[in-house]
Design a protein around this ligand. Structure first.
Ligand SMILES: NC(=O)c1ccc[n+]([C@@H]2O[C@H](COP(=O)([O-])OP(=O)(O)OC[C@H]3O[C@@H](n4cnc5c(N)ncnc54)[C@H](OP(=O)(O)O)[C@@H]3O)[C@@H](O)[C@H]2O)c1
Length: 292
């Protein structure tokens, strides 16, 4: 395994933090993207720096707010200046807006998409000139099974992850001629900070009619999931495998989920591949779709 230069966004907690640490421990040169390094993430940045010096691993913090194009540009420039190249971007930063779709304003919906969709768009826009020039590299988006299966009270989130999946497919086909891969990893539910960081609708009046159903839903969810959720390291390990896979062999979609859920969503992905072949053939553009 050769050491890759990897930028991981949203590495203060959860999957991003675990992924950054795992990759660095395996000998990669890792840049952990954190927003507000001198404020809300000062402690996380210090912990990552402490880990790097204690274990002698190449793990550096870089300021990166994915909702700000200038921040993404500066972060990518800092990585390329320090490491001389950038091999893999892990677009992990994200969050969930939870509540009935009706209760969210369009502005709140924009914020959900700004983070989960345009965040990756900005970071990839900053990174791609370097990857194309190298003629190699990979974009690894962290999606969700919610992109395939929408459950109540997560409509905005599911829509944002479906949009991220669509962008990933377009990048996949458009970037293949440049030797650059674009793939997405769809995790099931895992216990990270995503729940405590969730954003609720500000319009309590629009929320009120759904109150009882929403409360019952959350109770059912937490009561059922509490004991059954998997270890978030399963997701970090899967990202590590994608990063370390030989160029050109990374699967376009990876599902990380318990048995039956994994099988069902993977089956949907296979069906989508067949549909893509049929649609692009009918449109006469199959030659422009990278191998699936
Ligand atoms: N946990 C699950 O069940 C699950 C399932 C499927 C997919 N996912 C996806 O996995 C990814 C990671 O989530 P997680 O579960 O690990 O949750 P998490 O612990 O809440 O981590 C989210 C990360 O995103 C960062 N972030 C938020 N806004 C940002 C911004 N504007 N710029 C840069 N970073 C920002 C957070 O940083 P701050 O500390 O600064 O807020 C944090 O590091 C997300 O894309 C999420 O949608 C999670």
């Amino acid at each position: 395994m050769s050491g890759h230069v990897v930028l991981v966004t949203g590495a203060s907690t959860g999957f991003g933090r675990l992924t950054a640490e795992s990759l660095a421990r395996r000998g990669h040169r890792v840049f952990a993207g954190l927003r507000d390094v001198r404020g809300r993430n000062e402690k996380a940045a210090a912990e990552l720096a402490g880990l790097a010096s204690a274990e002698g691993i190449d793990l550096r913090v870089v300021e990166l707010d994915v909702t700000d194009q200038a921040s993404a540009d500066r972060a990518v420039a800092a990585v390329v200046e320090a490491a001389g190249r950038l091999d893999v971007v892990v677009n992990n930063a994200g969050g969930i807006f939870v509540g009935p779709v009706e209760s969210f304003t369009a502005e709140e919906a924009q914020r959900q998409f700004d983070l989960n969709v345009l965040g990756a768009l900005r970071v990839n826009r900053a990174a791609l000139p370097h990857l194309r020039e190298q003629g190699s590299g990979a974009l690894v988006q962290i999606g969700s099974v919610a992109a395939r299966v929408t459950v109540p009270f997560s409509g905005l989130y599911a829509a944002s992850k479906a949009a991220l999946a669509a962008l990933t497919e377009a990048w996949h086909d458009e970037l293949a001629p440049f030797g650059v891969e674009s793939v997405i990893l769809d995790p099931a539910s895992y216990p990270t900070s995503i729940g405590v960081n969730a954003t609720m609708p500000a319009d309590h009046d629009r929320m009120a009619p759904y109150g009882a159903a929403f409360g019952a839903y959350v109770a059912a969810l937490t009561g059922h999931q509490g004991p059954t959720l998997g270890d978030p390291r399963e997701v970090a390990d899967a990202v590590v495998r994608l990063v370390e896979a030989a160029a050109g062999t990374r699967p376009r979609r990876t599902v990380v989920a318990p048995g039956a859920q994994h099988r069902a969503v993977a089956e949907l992905n296979r069906a989508a591949d067949s549909a893509a072949a049929a649609v692009t053939t009918d449109m006469g553009v199959a030659a422009f779709a990278a191998a699936r």
